[in-house]
Design a protein around this ligand. Structure first.
Ligand code: G6P
Ligand code: MG
Length: 221
């Protein structure tokens, strides 16, 4: 049965996915091309530098490594300007309550995000203490769909992957969970996230875990 829940951050716990999109779109526009919401799906869950490569590919543009560093830093500045305006109202509906209900049921909780800004965001919204373990973009070398971030989370919790369920809004994140031998609950579009074991619209719609020893959880397929 499920002993640990591992949560992606952007687009699962907080509404930052839209800020990532706005910042990448601004960069693309300044470089002279369009960047759509559908293009953006490829960036979800993907590291900053890999995201930039994909954006540049969309515009058919090549840049030197030094230029790429500057462009990624520019995007991050725009992104953090928006993050710094965030309030706890931007914690996604039901997210805090769901993580708390997991803990009440004796289930361990971890954050598994590719973002190097994870701690800043969690501290800003005062929710770092929801997680027993935090694995962010500073602690991993292989980006999703590689399962490294989730496997590290499970290892730090001391729980075998098969007892973990991952909550993810990104195609790459669902793939990473499955590659790590974990269950995956997709948050978002069931068509895009078809590899997930179940897809819901948000954590407010996640089935609540039963109290310890009180039977099966509906996630527990
Ligand atoms: C998350 C987001 C991605 C983002 C990545 C790196 O996984 O879904 O869109 O590119 O983190 O974020 P960072 O804050 O380090 O640029
Ligand atoms: Mg995400």
């Amino acid at each position: 049965h499920i002993k640990a829940c591992i949560f992606d951050l952007d687009g699962v716990i907080v509404d930052t996915a839209v800020y990532h999109y706005k910042a990448w779109k601004r960069l693309a526009n300044e470089l002279g091309f369009e960047f759509t919401e559908l293009d953006n799906e490829q960036l979800k869950g993907v590291s900053r530098m890999r995201s930039l490569e994909i954006v540049l590919q969309c515009g058919g543009i090549t840049k030197t490594e030094a230029e790429q560093k500057l462009l990624a830093a520019q995007k991050n500045t725009w992104y953090m300007d928006m993050v710094n305006q965030m309030t706890p109202a931007e914690i996604l509906p039901g997210a805090k309550e769901f993580v708390e209900s997991c803990r009440d049921a004796g289930i361990k909780t971890a954050l598994g995000s590719a973002s190097k800004n994870s701690m800043t965001i969690l501290n800003k919204l005062n929710i770092a203490n929801l997680f027993d373990v935090i694995i962010d973009g500073n602690k991993v070398s292989k980006a999703k769909p590689d399962p490294e971030v989730f496997l590290k989370g499970a290892a730090e919790l001391g729980i075998e992957p098969k007892y973990c369920v991952v909550f993810e809004d990104a195609i790459a994140g669902v793939e990473a969970a499955k590659a790590g031998g974990m269950k995956a609950i997709g948050i978002g579009d069931p068509v895009l996230l078809h590899e997930a074991d179940m897809v819901i619209s948000g954590l407010d719609k996640a089935p609540r875990p039963p109290k310890e020893g009180a039977g099966d959880w509906a996630l527990n397929k």
